[in-house]
Structure formats: C-alpha cells, structure tokens
Design a protein around this ligand. Structure first.
Ligand code: NAP
Length: 301
C-alpha cells in the first residue's frame, strides 16, 4: 500500500456516489482511478468516466490490481459479498467500505478483508456524494483510519477519524438516525395534527421557543433527563395526545410509541436513584442509565 505518493485508487460501484467520487479523485491528482461495476458498461458511463486517469475495468481482479486504496460504493445488501469477492485480490490495500450497513456487517467485512491481507476501514458518508463528490464529509474508523485521512486530505477528501475500531463509524450513523429519523416522523405527525387544528404556524413558533432557547446538549439533557423522573405524568399527557389525534383522524403512531415508552420508563426506579432531581450532567445521566437499565430485564422480556 502506498498512500504517500499519488495513490492508485479503486472504486467499486459506479452509481450516484461512485461516479462523482471517482471523477473527483481523478481530477484531484490520484495516479489512476480504476472503476468497476457489476453490470456491463453502457455508453452513458463513458461521459461520467471521461478523464485520462480513469480506467473502466472489466473484472474485479483488474480493478484491484495495483490499487493502494479501495472504496466500496455498491449497495448495502451487496457490501459483504463484494468484500468477499474483493478479498482475493485486495493484497495490502486500504479498503474503505462506505455502504450504509449495520456495524456488525462492517465488522464482518473487516474480518473478510483482513483475511485477504487488506486493511479495512469503516466509513459513513454524512452528506450527499452527488453534491460534494470526493470532498463529501465522511466519518471513518479503523486501525488505518488516521493515516488514510491524513494521506487523502491532500486530494481534498474530508475523512473525519472517529476511532481505531471498525464498526464505530457505522454505529454513530445508526445512533444519529435514532434522533434524525425519529425527528422527521415526529415533525410530520405534529404538523399534520396542527394542520387539522389550523395552527401550523403557531405550533412551529411555539416549538422554536422551546428548542432554540438552549444549546443542543443542554436541551437533550433537559428533555431526556426530566423524562426519567416524571415519566408517569408525561405518560398521562401522552394518553390525551393520542386520544386527541385519534379524534382528529390523524395517524398517531409516533405519539402512541412515546406513550408506550413513558409507561415503560415508569417501571424503573429513576425517581429514587436520582433523588427526584433531573441529572445535571451527561455523566450523571449515563451513571443512572447504567445502574438502572443494565441490571433490569430488556424491554419485552
Ligand atoms: N449517494 C450518497 O450520497 C450516499 C450517501 C451515504 C451512503 N451511500 C452508500 O453508498 C453506496 C452507493 O450508493 P449510490 O447512491 O451510489 O447507489 P446507486 O446509485 O444505487 O449505485 C449502486 C451501485 O451498486 C451497484 N450494484 C447494485 N447491486 C449490486 C450487487 N449485487 N453487487 C455489486 N454491485 C451492485 C450498481 O451497479 P450496477 O449498475 O452494475 O447495477 C451501482 O453501481 C450505497 O451502499 C449507499 O448506502 C451513498
């Protein structure tokens, strides 16, 4: 593996992410960019690969031959099989898997690549690659993550190192999604309910007053922390919320799930553990969660 001189890069997958990333790296000075795709090349791909440094390869073996740095950009479902096929030819290249898969799949991909002699790095793309190309902000983790990040920064890549453990980048993406995807559906349900009441603008303004008044860390601590000790009261409030949405004919699945989770929280002794006072720091909250949840049966058991 040579990341010090202009590297030979291999891009597996030539879709919405693979195309702009391959083009960007070729334009930024990579020695060669070998591109591979599963289905045969079609005439329209010639435009996307029109750069003297780009080589459209006919097989995975040809694509990986002499490559220092491999980027896997296929599909989440085919990421592991692609790694298995690549492992026979990867040699000692750094293999950055950028497919959106679970942390466990990334760890398995890591084992497969290591068994083939390669150096696995887990990656999670944070913005649309179609927009930012090879400069898209990407979280990475793995033993070679730091060296990869420093070497490829010369070519404009923004690889932000999270840790030395394969799986951490994907795990962060998963836990972020708990928040971001949950918020998306919460907004949708709230906006639809407000639309039925003719109060959309008023509701948005009222929520803005709540969320814009505090830095995010403080807001997270306040909302989640107080819920630990007043779960019973919030469960009662959510019962009214769900019945009101039902009477309005609004889909209430997010609110119903919140109600269920508040009821579940009531079963733990956070009030006692925290002395009736919400945790004042993230550390205090983690301590309480560890003490109560880790010694309790998992939900549904
Ligand atoms: N686009 C983004 O900004 C973005 C952001 C975050 C993560 N990602 C991840 O990056 C990967 C690529 O995303 P994309 O947006 O480029 O997707 P895409 O446009 O759908 O392209 C997918 C590529 O994977 C290939 N492919 C499909 N099935 C395959 C299989 N069974 N074996 C091998 N290759 C296969 C396709 O090749 P054929 O043409 O030969 O079928 C195509 O080149 C995905 O795993 C996605 O989770 C993308």
């Amino acid at each position: 593996m040579n990341l010090e001189n202009p590297p030979t890069v291999c891009v597996l997958g030539f879709g919405m992410a693979g195309r702009p990333i391959a083009r960007g790296l070729a334009g930024a000075g990579a020695a060669k960019v070998h591109v591979w795709k599963r289905a045969p090349w079609r005439p329209e791909h010639l435009d996307a690969s029109a750069h003297p440094a780009i080589l459209m390869t006919q097989s995975m073996e040809e694509a990986l031959d002499g490559s220092d740095f491999v980027l896997s950009l296929v599909t989440p479902e085919s990421a592991l099989d692609t790694a298995r096929s690549a492992s026979s030819f990867v040699q000692d290249a750094v293999y950055l898997d950028l497919n959106t898969t679970t942390p466990d799949t990334k760890k398995e991909i890591g084992r497969v690549i290591e068994a083939g002699g390669g150096q696995p790095v887990d990656g999670a793309i944070c913005d649309p690659a179609e927009v930012y190309g090879h400069e898209v902000v990407t979280l990475i983790s793995g033993p070679e993550a730091r060296r990869l990040s420093e070497s490829m920064a010369r070519y404009g890549m923004q690889l932000q190192v999270l840790s030395e453990r394969v799986g951490d980048a994907s795990a962060l993406k998963v836990v972020r999604s708990v928040f971001t995807k949950g918020l998306m559906m919460t907004f949708l349900e709230a906006i639809e309910a407000a639309r039925r009441c003719g109060l959309v603008e008023e509701m948005l303004e009222s929520i803005a007053g709540t969320v814009e008044g505090l830095p995010l860390r403080d807001l997270a601590l306040s909302l989640a922390g107080t819920s630990l000790i007043v779960a019973e009261r919030r469960a009662q409030e959510m019962e009214d919320v769900v019945s009101t949405l039902e009477s309005l004919g609004v889909d209430s699945r997010i609110s119903a799930a919140s109600l269920e989770k508040f009821r579940w929280l009531q079963g733990f002794d956070f009030h006692e553990e925290l002395g009736g006072v919400p945790p004042e720091s993230v550390e205090a909250m983690l301590h309480a969660l560890e003490k109560i949840f880790d010694s309790s049966p998992k939900p549904g058991t």
